[in-house]
Design a protein around this ligand. Sequence first.
Ligand code: NAP
Length: 256
Amino acid sequence: MAQVVVISGGGTGIGLATARTFAGRGAQVVMVGRRKSVIEASAASIAAEQPHAPAPLAITADLAEVEQVEATRMTLEQRFAAVDVLVNAAGGHVARRAPTNTYDDGLAGVARRWTDNFRINTLTAVLLTEALMPRLRAPGGRIIFVSSIAAYRGSGEGSYGAAKAALHPYSADLAKRLGPRGITVNVVAPGYVADTEFFGAAMSEAQLKSRIDETMNGRAGTPDDIAATIGWLASAEAVHVTAQIVQVNGGAERGH
Ligand SMILES: NC(=O)c1ccc[n+]([C@@H]2O[C@H](COP(=O)([O-])OP(=O)(O)OC[C@H]3O[C@@H](n4cnc5c(N)ncnc54)[C@H](OP(=O)(O)O)[C@@H]3O)[C@@H](O)[C@H]2O)c1
């Protein structure tokens, strides 16, 4: 029986690379995202690349909405006896993706940015995790959250890093709760990763250079770098690794 691996944000960037990694191991991948056309096209591309793995299941849902998370839970319950691995990769920095003028100046704009970043980075992960927790394989289940270097040092105006940082104590509490069931809970915190939709329109040469200059190995991260770390945390070899935050950033968080 193939491992069941649920990946939020699986349609693009880091989530998509993670879906490829697990499909390459023969897993039954379940990809969840808001845009039906994107999530279905990504699932179809993996099915074509990995004909020997079970065809990925694409679920369209906004995971910040309770009813849509409930519907996702029901779909999974009908299809699978248990979930082996849950990867919470959905997220993003709302102000980077939004068209200009989406956020008002003043307190109203501040309130919306903080609320929106909380919803897509914290609430998506918390709701999906709470919904699937009773279905996680025990022992052997894995929960992995995708945080960010911004949780350690901010990213300009606070709300994105704060929303990611909220996942750190949540994961530690969960690790304590689920340890006796033989389930591990960890966080992967990437630095700058190229080839994702995170930054919306392409960044300037100067912005790119400054991010690469922060690293100790002189390069941008790739979605595969992050997927490989997630894949290791989900492996049997990582059974004794729990309640950890693994930074994957070429040393950028330490600076030069
Ligand atoms: N790229 C970087 O440099 C970087 C660095 C550190 C951390 N991260 C984190 O890495 C994770 C993956 O991001 P990425 O870089 O791969 O960017 P991305 O390509 O924008 O992927 C984010 C994914 O999350 C999905 N998503 C967003 N809100 C959602 C919601 N409410 N419900 C369901 N799905 C939702 C998006 O799909 P839909 O829009 O279709 O829903 C998208 O597929 C994010 O949590 C991000 O914060 C990225």
